[in-house]
Design a binder for this molecule. Structure first.
Ligand SMILES: Nc1ncnc2c1ncn2[C@@H]1O[C@H](COP(=O)(O)OP(=O)(O)OP(=O)(O)O)[C@@H](O)[C@H]1O
Ligand SMILES: N[C@@H](CCO)C(=O)O
Length: 324
């Protein structure tokens, strides 16, 4: 469960006294997620989410994330909205952590991805990209290609215990992916903009097979738009048995291109972008797998699911392998 920081009743009461959102009715930790501590909060004026920002979030960057969420909402993307306290502050401190209250979004995320989810997902992703165009401040991707070698290095003592030969396999993969990355060594750069960078099924809420909202913008950054597509190919288009589902990929792209057509250069880069996306999630999962204490109240995600994906992408030479 992802509650890294406990919040006492007294601390919560004091915290809520700063807000004009009614009095507390119910409060519980949310078991899902691995990054931040999330709590569901019910007050006499409605439901809210309280987030305490943990390990991977830099507090100095929180205004960028909260500003992006406010901007996207103004542009028609349904996402959590920071709630200001009586002084107009959205970013506060609770139990020694940076903290914010955001609005609660109705809907449920798909526990089993089906083809019907993929087209609306693609459309929502492209709408996010379009809406982000007018958000000027930039945030570099802290988990982009430059971060992967140091991340792998920080796993050096544990990778081969997770799977024999893993460290060397990932080093070889990195030596292939990073020099081939768009914008590196003669490879053309791609259109850039604000990307979500973590749009997994548990961050997309549906109601009646339509997307009702997007959550968890704390990896959002300014990067290649097509990298976000590649992240979704990884997160949505593989079956539980590890097989790639080309129908899901086609549906997702169909939905995406209803709003924004991919350029030729973006399509051509899809294999390397998909390799990089698999590498990024494999490495953060591997890091958490190795470094999370056994008694921590969080269930780390299996890095090896992403090794299967990485191998698939490395064997996929052209965009045709994705049915695109
Ligand atoms: N604004 C919201 N409205 C409704 N439910 C929410 C909201 N924000 C979070 N949740 C619930 O809390 C869960 C965990 O939230 P979130 O995905 O933001 O956590 P995280 O630790 O950052 O997770 P991740 O592992 O996806 O990075 C979600 O799956 C959802 O059930
Ligand atoms: N969505 C990520 C967790 C948050 O970074 C994963 O599944 O590995």
């Amino acid at each position: 469960m992802a509650v890294y920081t406990d919040v006492s009743d007294e601390a919560l009461r004091d915290f809520l006294a700063d807000f004009a959102i009614g009095s507390l009715v119910a409060f519980r930790g949310i078991a899902e997620g691995v990054e931040n501590s999330n709590f569901q909060l019910r007050t006499t004026s409605g439901d809210f989410i309280l987030t305490l920002y943990e390990k991977r979030v830099n507090a100095l960057e929180l205004p960028w994330f909260l500003g992006l969420m406010q901007h996207l909402a103004r542009e028609g993307v349904t996402c959590p909205q920071p709630v200001a306290d009586k002084q107009g502050q959205t970013l506060k401190t609770l139990a020694g952590r940076p903290a914010a209250i955001t609005t609660f979004l109705p809907g449920v995320w798909p526990r089993t991805v089906r083809s019907e989810h993929c087209r609306p997902l693609g459309r929502a992703l492209a709408q996010l990209h379009a809406a982000g165009r007018s958000y000027a401040p930039e945030r570099p991707n802290a988990l982009g290609p430059g971060a992967w070698a140091p991340l792998l290095q920080s796993c050096a003592n544990g990778a081969d215990k997770v799977q024999a030969g893993l460290q060397a396999e990932l080093e070889q993969a990195l030596a292939r992916i990073v020099p081939a990355w768009p914008g590196q060594g003669g490879h053309p750069p791609l259109p850039r903009g604000q990307i979500h960078a973590d749009l997994f099924p548990d961050n997309v809420f549906f109601l009646n097979n339509t997307v009702s909202g997007l959550i968890d913008f704390y990896f959002a950054c300014t990067d290649y738009l097509a990298f976000d597509v590649a992240i979704c190919l990884n997160a949505w288009c593989f079956q539980p048995d590890g097989a790639f589902n080309v129908t899901f990929a086609r549906q997702m792209l169909l939905g995406y291109e209803e709003v924004r057509v991919l350029e030729e250069v973006e399509r051509n880069a899809m294999p390397v972008l998909a390799q990089g996306a698999a590498m990024r999630f494999l490495l953060t999962r591997l890091y958490d797998w190795i470094h999370t204490p056994a008694d921590a109240l969080v269930t780390p995600k299996n890095p090896l699911d992403y090794l299967k994906r990485l191998r698939f992408h490395l064997a996929t030479q052209s965009v045709g392998g994705y049915g695109l």
